[in-house]
Design a protein around this ligand. Structure first.
Ligand code: GAP
Length: 573
């Protein structure tokens, strides 16, 4: 998605029909199992769970809060403190970025200027009977045609509709969910991939191979919409026509709560940057090109929050607006697009599950010269992808809008440009800088890290584990006395205290004496802890400890004095 206030469906691209998902990719991973592990180990809980939960809101438990903080810190370190790992930008100079922290509630006119009040809408459809509501572009009709037709033929009214985020999800659900399979009389699933699947089914007239295809509602004509069955009851004619629904949460300032006091919870952190652009220029020594970073909670009253934390109503963003001269903007756009893809790889998302998707020309806003999405193949989007971050060339759209609506002069006086003067200086050039916007979602980032890290290996004593990158892992190391006697607990406590002293900034160091050593390893594996150190009988003789590595399960010994150096090598710092 772009910052364009008119939301478009999250792009979920699909692999070509016939490309099957391979074991080990998230496609083969069960989202239910990942969610269960997240609950079991204290990564993510349903918000207000003891009251039955609240749709679209999630809390982070102890491990999840630290994991998310580590992701936010990694972003902050690599975008603000040492942008782009110290690399030079396309102008050959070090990249410079400064942070701001802006309010969730801004003057309501900010959102008029940005276009969100008028245009941040989703098309919404209601089921008149059940009163359930969903996004029109999330309605899929499922069509089945005999394979003998060669996949050709006219679409009839769908027999079944479902609400799903992506085409891949729609077909996956048809072939995996019992009630749907029952409606289709699916006896045997052939395969499914992307927008289509092959199932062996009896749809009247005996068993045949059917080609099943999911088609987004907006590809059906208006008449067909009136005819389609409800995704909830199967009843025809019970869906309303789509209505536009503004996604911004509204609230009131002050005690009177009249319409004049109405304010909005920000739907993105970006606008806080634009409205403080002039203050940052006037109060610091930054010069264009430079970036302003902002992280924090954003709120969107999503019509259909779904897929765990992927589409929530409260979520956290990490956004940068990089201001540059219009002539250099395309180079900076390419620079940020490539860096952001590399960055996501550096925190552990690599291989075929991560793609950079350049938007087609006809998807771009009129002011944009390019937009790309970093997309991840989540288990619920597989074999397609879901957006993690958008990198947009926004031109000077936002500064122009705020200048016009506020009356403030937001032009930048670039004293390094313009014609040379006799005194060796330049006349200066006034312009509204162009903006490149890498806009990441931290909750989707955490979700992608968890999905990527989640590994099942039935041959291990701990068949489920999280291969989190050591930089992100919420527990960096654990220390175990093999048994709670013979002085082992004391040695373990001392090693634990030493490591805490040395590594407290990076995450937790655990000390665990309970249960068998196998169970303790399994617990740490599920928490994504990369290294365990065990104090055993040999420690008493030769001051060595066993290191057990999470990813391989391998064990080897090192001197107890070398543990801190070992962790420094592995974790940095
Ligand atoms: N200022 C640009 C902007 O907000 P966006 O594509 O709408 O662009 C940026 O949002 C990122 O924020 C997305 O790539 C996604 O990671 C995250 N995001 C957006 N809506 C979200 C939601 N409802 N739940 C969780 N994350 C969301």
């Amino acid at each position: 998605m772009t910052t364009d206030p008119t939301p478009t469906p999250d792009h979920a691209t699909t692999t070509p029909a016939g490309a099957a998902s391979t074991p080990g990719t998230p496609a083969a991973k069960s989202m239910d199992a990942i969610m269960a592990l997240c609950k079991r180990r204290g990564f993510i809980y349903q918000a207000s769970e003891i009251y039955g939960g609240i749709n679209g809101f999630w809390d982070y438990g102890p491990l999840g809060a630290q994991l998310k903080k580590n992701l936010r810190d990694a972003w902050w370190q690599d975008m603000v403190l040492r942008p782009c790992w110290g690399r030079s930008g396309p102008n050959g100079k070090p990249v410079r970025c400064v942070p701001v922290e802006t309010c969730i509630i801004q003057h309501p006119r900010v959102w008029e200027a940005s276009g969100h009040v008028a245009g941040f809408n989703d098309p919404m459809v209601d089921d008149k009977q059940t009163k359930q509501r969903f996004r029109a572009d999330h309605l899929f009709g499922l069509f089945a045609r005999p394979q003998s037709s060669g996949g050709q033929g006219h679409f009839e009214i769908p027999k079944v509709t479902i609400v799903a985020s992506t085409v891949g999800e729609a077909v996956e659900r048809l072939v995996s969910e019992k009630p749907l399979r029952k409606i289709f009389n699916v006896r045997d699933v052939g395969h499914s991939s992307g927008a289509s699947g092959t199932v062996q089914a009896d749809l009247g007239g005996g068993m045949h191979h059917w080609h099943v295809e999911a088609v987004r509602w907006n590809q059906l004509d208006e008449a067909a919409l009136q005819e389609v069955p409800s995704p909830f009851t199967g009843k025809r004619g019970s869906l309303t026509s789509p209505r536009q629904f503004n996604l911004m949460f509204k609230t009131y300032t002050g005690a009177t709560a009249t319409e004049d006091d109405k304010v909005y919870m920000r739907p993105e952190t970006a606008q806080g940057i634009f409205v403080q652009f002039k203050n940052v220029i006037d109060t610091t020594r930054v010069k264009v090109p430079f970036g302003i970073a902002n992280t924090g909670k954003s709120f969107r009253n999503e019509v259909t929050p779904r897929n765990f934390t992927f589409r929530s109503r409260e979520f956290e963003q990490a956004e940068l607006e990089f201001f540059c001269h219009p002539d250099e903007s395309v180079d900076w756009y390419r620079f940020w697009r490539d860096f952001r893809m590399e960055w996501w790889k550096s925190v552990g998302l690599a291989g075929d599950n991560l793609v950079l998707r350049e938007h087609d020309k006809d998807e771009l806003s009129h002011y944009s010269q390019g937009t790309s999405d970093v997309e991840y193949r989540f288990p619920f989007t597989a074999p397609g992808f879901g957006e993690l971050e958008g990198i947009a060339h926004r031109g000077n759209f936002d500064l122009t809008q705020h200048q016009r609506h506020s009356g403030a002069k937001l032009e930048y006086n670039d004293t390094e440009r313009g014609e040379p003067l006799p005194n060796g200086q330049r006349r200066g050039e006034r312009y509204l800088p162009h903006c490149i916007e890498p806009a990441a979602g931290l909750d989707r980032g955490v979700l992608a890290l968890l999905c990527e890290a989640y590994t099942v290996d039935p041959s291990r004593a701990s068949p489920e584990f999280l291969k989190l990158h050591p930089r992100l892992a919420p527990i960096k190391a654990a220390v175990f006395p093999l048994v709670a006697k013979d002085g082992m607990p004391e040695i373990a406590e001392k090693l634990h205290a030493d490591l805490c002293e040395r590594f407290w900034r990076a995450g937790a160091i655990e000390l665990d004496e309970k249960q068998s050593i196998g169970k303790r390893y399994a617990r740490m594996d599920e928490a994504g802890c990369p290294f365990c150190f065990t104090i055993d009988g040999d420690t008493l003789k030769d001051q060595s400890v066993t290191i057990r590595e999470r990813d391989t399960g391998e064990q080897h010994r090192i001197a107890i004095d070398a543990v801190s150096g070992f962790l420094t090598d592995k974790l940095g710092g």
